[in-house]
Design a protein around this ligand. Structure first.
Ligand code: ADP
Ligand code: MG
Length: 238
């Protein structure tokens, strides 16, 4: 696990300033949820943390080390997307082991780690199947498993459950909370689902138009919204 500090993050795409100064400290082992209207900059912030985008201004510190002094691969982040992006021509086992193979991990050790990840996610019976033979929920587990084998210090989830039906989302929510307790990894989790945010997050960071409106425990945002926007978004009486 790791502590993630965002300091004055700014990012523009062409003429549009998408992030206008984001300051946030995510604690060691914390389950932090990002919420906010579509287009407010949640995914961009995650992508900056993962090193998939370059920042224009500001800094990202992971355990005190500036992102500027680290290549993306050294940051210890792993991202899980809404679209599962599994390799269609590889079995589940090979999908899980691919990053390890690329990192030069030997076959016996790879097999052991894949087995361990599969047990954690309860997909050991699926290891020889191909992605097309899996349900949406199973695919999502494999995608999470692929991130787990890399032993990230920070898990970045971008709306990982939004392609699943409502019943499965409830199951996966419980699974993800269990996984978080088991692994103890710092998690930053983007969702547009209010229930997910309120039930899973230790704290919520509410984005709006490239800025943070409020950061706090779910009940804090609910009981003491900082402004009308927060009250309206969280749905608290005011
Ligand atoms: P969110 O995840 O909160 O819905 P995003 O971070 O994906 O929002 O996007 C924020 C804004 O930045 C949106 O207006 C989006 O269209 C724009 N944007 C995101 N990525 C790019 C890109 N690669 N090029 C141009 N504009 C982008
Ligand atoms: Mg997004």
């Amino acid at each position: 696990m790791a502590q993630v500090s965002l300091r004055g993050l700014r990012k523009r795409f062409g003429d549009v300033e998408v992030l206008k100064g984001i300051d946030l400290d995510v604690r060691n082992g914390e389950f932090m949820v990002f919420v906010g209207p579509s287009g407010c900059g949640k995914s961009t912030t995650l992508r900056l943390i993962a090193g998939l985008e370059e920042l224009d201004e500001g800094d990202i510190l992971i355990d005190g080390v500036s992102a500027k002094d680290q290549r993306p691969a050294e940051r210890g982040t792993a991202m899980v997307f809404q679209s599962y992006a599994l390799y269609p021509h590889m079995t589940v086992a090979d999908n899980l082991g691919f990053a390890l193979k690329m990192a030069g991990v030997g076959s016996a050790e790879r097999k052991a780690q894949v087995q361990r990840a599969a047990e954690t996610l309860r997909i050991t019976d699926l290891l020889q199947r191909y992605p097309r033979e899996l349900s949406g929920g199973q695919r999502q587990r494999v995608a999470i498993g692929r991130a787990i084998v890399r032993k990230p210090r920070v898990f970045l989830f971008d709306e990982p459950l939004s392609n699943l039906d409502a019943a499965l989302r409830v199951d996966m929510r419980i699974e993800l909370s269990r996984l978080h307790q088991e692994l103890g990894t710092t998690i930053i989790y983007v969702t547009h689902d209010q229930v997910e945010a309120m039930t899973m997050g230790h704290r919520i960071a509410l984005f709006n138009k490239g800025r943070l409106e409020q950061v706090g425990a779910p009940m804090e945002l609910y009981r003491a919204p900082a402004n009308e926007f927060v009250a309206g978004f969280i749905g608290s009486p005011r």
